[in-house]
Design a protein around this ligand. Structure first.
Ligand SMILES: [Zn+2]
Length: 241
């Protein structure tokens, strides 16, 4: 059992080193993720701005050609006016001219509104482009930082992962399961020493009989209060990973 505890302690030490590597990344992984989702939103906004502007421009082109056509019609009617011979004809052509003038007026008003909207849409598009560029830069920077951190520890992480596999292979599955179960909720310290007659994790006192059993280490003993695996280490050689 002493050997089993030694292996579990090795595993704990490896896991804590791996955890340190994870900590070195800080909040960079979350930052990268956040930057990514902001980028996605900014791209959607940009594409909305682009289609908005192009819709407006399309309508403007259409109006322009309609106005041109109406002006041509009006010109024809103006010429016809010289050729009319009856009052009835005169009234009919005059009405056509008035209609064309009214229609052109209407379209020109719409055109003015669209010019304003086009200007606003152009500005919005510019803003969206600037925002996207800014977010792309920040995403780039954060990713580079994260990748540097990952690269800096890559060798170490690889070695530790291999070491972990090797060590875990030496431990009985049920012990490993117990260890894994305690590790996460106990801040990476599933194994603790007995300190001044108490559990080194939760400081609950341990009866002397129990302490004897822990010292003998014939079986794996867990703290009745916090569930951590308890092991014995002489006070003078106390080092906790
Ligand atoms: Zn405890």
């Amino acid at each position: 059992m002493k050997v089993a505890i030694a292996h579990l302690l090795d595993l704990q030490s490896i896991d804590n080193k791996l955890h340190q590597i994870e900590l070195a990344k800080g909040n960079l992984p979350e930052k990268v993720k956040k930057a990514e989702s902001e980028l996605e939103t900014a791209r959607a906004v940009l594409s909305k701005c682009e289609s908005n502007l192009s819709e407006l421009q399309k309508e403007l082109r259409q109006i322009e050609s309609e106005i041109a056509k109406l002006n041509e019609d009006k010109k024809k009617y103006d010429e016809q006016l010289y050729a009319v011979t009856t009052n009835k004809e005169y009234d009919a052509v005059t009405l056509e001219i008035e209609n064309a003038i009214n229609k052109i007026d209407e379209l020109e008003n719409r055109q003015l509104t669209l010019f304003d909207a086009e200007k606003d849409a152009g500005e919005a598009l510019q803003e969206a482009k600037e925002m996207l560029a800014k977010l792309e830069k920040s995403f780039q920077e954060t990713s580079v930082k994260l990748n540097k951190t990952i690269e800096a520890n890559a060798e170490k992480e690889k070695a530790l992962t291999a070491q972990r596999q090797e060590t875990a292979a030496k431990i009985r599955p049920e012990f490993l399961r117990l260890y894994e179960r305690i590790r996460k909720p106990k801040d990476g310290l599933p194994l603790v020493t007995v300190e001044r007659g108490a559990c080194g994790g939760c400081y609950t006192n341990i009866p002397p009989q129990r302490i004897m059993e822990i010292r003998e280490a014939d079986r794996l003993i867990v703290c009745e209060h916090c569930g951590r695996i308890l092991f014995w280490q002489e006070e003078k050689e106390l080092t906790i990973n």
